[in-house]
Design a protein around this ligand. Structure first.
Ligand code: NDP
Length: 255
């Protein structure tokens, strides 16, 4: 009863790794054709190939959500390949450790360009069609840092709060349209996030985070857990809406 019986074309951003990749796999396994977007299109192509081998429908196209031209090209190609899109999962994201009074404004703007304006570009690309067709789901992958901000994540926390603010406004604006905008807040999840950090920075950051409770979070979620939540959210029956969901690893909760 959790999944829609229909075939609903879906877009997943950040599909080259982590939560996005796991979500694309699961949506495809449920019978939805998926468009996979990220900058590393080779990784998306590999995943699309795997989905097709398993009998699913998948399409990969380069996508940089920080660039309007790239979003336009991705959108056009997706609509041509899959037809009208009914599910959008916004998972593209990046955390660059900083301290808010030290991060320079160019870097701050660059982070907001990907994490906030990039999400808006995606909304503009797909939501008007959904409204016109009176059905659709858009899931914004936010973070539990909106509830419990941590150190060295200033731009990231600002962007995720921006995304949730936008999503909440959309929830009101979309009332009665048949289109659901939903927020998902994952807790710590084992993905590639942090792979690109300078190891020295990683040490400092982890020490700080352990002091606010990451130690109690000895477990991490697997990306497939988060994907499960997303598929559950978009599969809710018409007339219901999971507006805001937080998922944490089982065990002691962070404060
Ligand atoms: P990963 O680093 O594994 O995945 C991030 C994805 O975003 C990659 O596929 C990356 O692909 C893509 N991406 C980054 N920048 C861009 C861009 N400019 N345009 C298009 N795609 C981009 O991390 P996660 O899977 O953990 O992250 C997914 C989401 O989950 C993020 O929004 C993150 O904030 C959120 N999240 C993660 C948590 C965690 O503990 N891991 C906790 C809470 C939230 P590519 O580099 O190929 O472009």
């Amino acid at each position: 009863a959790l999944s829609h019986p229909e075939r609903r074309p879906a877009v997943v951003t950040g599909a080259s790794s982590g939560i996005g990749a796991a979500t694309a796999l699961l949506l495809a396994a449920q019978g939805h054709p998926v468009a996979l977007g990220a900058r590393r299109v080779d990784k998306c192509e590999e995943l699309a190939e795997r989905i097709r081998k398993d009998g699913g429908e998948a399409f990969a196209h380069p996508l940089d959500v920080g660039d309007s031209g790239s979003v336009e090209a991705f959108t056009e190609a997706t609509k041509t390949a899959l037809g009208p899109v009914e599910i959008v999962v916004s998972s593209a994201g990046h955390l660059e450790p900083d301290r808010i009074h030290e991060v320079d404004s160019v870097e701050f703007a660059a982070q907001l360009n990907v994490q906030l304006l990039g999400v808006h570009r995606l909304v503009r690309a797909f939501v008007p069609d959904m409204v016109e067709r009176t059905r659709g789901d858009i899931v914004f992958v936010s973070s539990d840092v909106v509830r419990a901000p941590r150190t060295r994540m200033g731009a990231y926390v600002a962007a995720k709060n921006g995304v949730e603010g936008m999503a909440r406004a959309m929830q009101m604006e979309l009332e009665g349209t048949g289109v659901r905008a939903s927020i998902l807040r994952p807790g710590p999840t084992f993905t590639e996030m942090g792979y690109s950090w300078d190891p020295e920075v990683t040490g400092v950051v982890l020490n700080e985070w352990v002091s606010w409770g990451l130690a109690r979070h000895s477990q991490f979620l697997d990306p497939s857990h988060v994907a499960d939540a997303i598929v559950h959210m978009v599969g809710m029956p018409p007339g219901s809406h999971l507006t805001l969901v937080e998922i944490q690893p089982e065990g002691p909760l962070p404060s």
